[in-house]
Write a protein that binds this ligand. Structure first.
Ligand code: KG4
Ligand code: ZN
Length: 369
């Protein structure tokens, strides 16, 4: 079964053709990230306008890309997809939420129009569940149920237990900021760009570089003596699967306020590193605790923050030690994308009448789309 997935929940416009929920035949996208950088965060109006401009070219590109790969393997399919895309597709899938309402509407209404014109079924997909299905794509093994999944993105942090496709039990989530949001806010405090996650990850790796003499301020002094600031591990000792990241952000802010501006540039490496250690440790610890409590062997970690190399490293090491099968997407499938929207639709194939499909910005991970 071939499904064309469409994703427009935030600042990415993406379309992808996926076969049988696992094989990516094409993956086209366009991002308005650069347009938001000067504002230090996403401007919803700007994102939605950009979605409108690029949605049709992106869908066209996804079909053309499939056409190019088929051209070599099967010239009949190639010809068909160029002239009658509907003849090689079995269904369409679209993200209906959560996300920004203006952005979501562009994808949802475009998908409905195409489904009507091409007479194809349309499957609504929950974006957060979509992230989890990155684990099924282009992978030699597939996850086995029951399993535990952690979704860590810019807007959400959710830990869920899955007994099967569509059987999702929410275990816990953030009580305040999402993990990605915390990375973004800490980056902003430290003078970094938007989005902040990749930047924090990058500069954390530079932490062991020598501090120049002018950085001889409280933090650098401590680090010089082999000590370092240790941020709290919020809610780590509590017997639940909840997270809290806003206190960590405040702890970074308080540490920054002690450093004179002239020394900030040299010391933000250490602060970024320590923040990342704290955030990652809590995410890993709670996920492993959920895996133990629910007696699963398979763990999925997905969403933008799963691109973080320290998180990947710590998860890999612990899962290997404790004998869990860890599924963490390749970097290009961690952040917002369309292949996993198509994959989620394949494994949860519930097309709905077009008039019932609506954008829902506040959908939660356990809600049916
Ligand atoms: O899943 P995603 O692309 O969009 C949402 O659904 O929100 O996640 C975006 C979030 C941003 O907050 C970004 O800073 C974070 O993922 N992120 C990272 C990394 N790459 C992206 N956070 C930490 N380390 C990274 N390497
Ligand atoms: Zn996302």
């Amino acid at each position: 079964m071939r499904i064309l997935g469409i994703e427009t929940s935030c600042d990415e416009t993406a379309a992808s053709l996926v076969e049988d929920g696992r094989k990516i035949l094409s993956n086209a996208f366009s991002s308005s990230e650069a347009l938001h950088q000067k504002y230090g965060g996403i401007v919803p109006e700007v994102a939605a306008r950009r979605q409108l401009e690029v949605i049709i070219p992106v869908i066209h590109e996804a079909l053309e890309e499939a056409n190019r790969s088929w051209h070599i393997a099967d010239s009949r399919s190639a010809k068909t997809i160029r002239h009658k895309p509907y003849a090689v597709l079995d269904a369409l899938a679209v993200t209906v939420g959560p996300g920004l309402i203006g952005s979501l509407l562009v994808g949802v209404e475009t998908a409905k129009a195409l489904a009507l014109a091409w007479d194809l079924p349309l499957v609504p997909v929950n974006h957060l569940v979509g992230h989890i299905y990155a684990a099924w794509l282009d992978s030699p093994r597939t996850p086995q149920f029951p399993l535990v999944a952690l979704v860590v993105s810019g807007g959400h942090t959710d830990l869920v237990f899955m007994e099967g496709h569509g059987k999702i039990k929410w275990l816990g989530g953030t009580r305040d900021d999402a993990a990605g949001e915390a990375f973004d806010k800490v980056a902003r405090i430290l003078g970094g760009p938007y989005p902040g996650g990749p930047w924090i990850g990058k500069i954390s790796k530079m932490k062991n570089k020598k501090f120049p003499p002018e950085a001889d301020q409280p933090l650098a002094e401590k680090m010089g003596k082999g000590e370092s600031v240790r941020f709290p591990r919020p809610l780590m000792e509590e017997d639940n699967f909840d997270f809290s990241f806003s206190g960590l952000k405040t702890a970074v802010l308080s540490e920054v306020s002690k450093i004179p501006l002239s020394a900030l540039r040299t010391q933000h490496l250490a602060l970024a590193f320590e923040f990342q250690e704290a955030a990652v440790e809590v995410l890993v610890e709670k996920t492993l605790r959920a895996a133990a409590k629910y007696r699963v062997r398979d763990i999925i970690v997905a969403g933008g923050v799963s691109a973080n190399s320290r998180l990947r490293q710590m998860l890999n090491a612990k899962c290997q030690m404790l004998n869990y099968n860890l599924f963490i997407p390749p970097l290009e499938l961690c952040t917002d994308n369309a292949p996993y929207i198509a994959a989620a639709a394949y494994y949860n194939f519930k097309p709905r009448p077009l008039e019932k499909i609506k954008a829902d910005p506040s959908l939660e991970v356990g809600d049916p789309p």
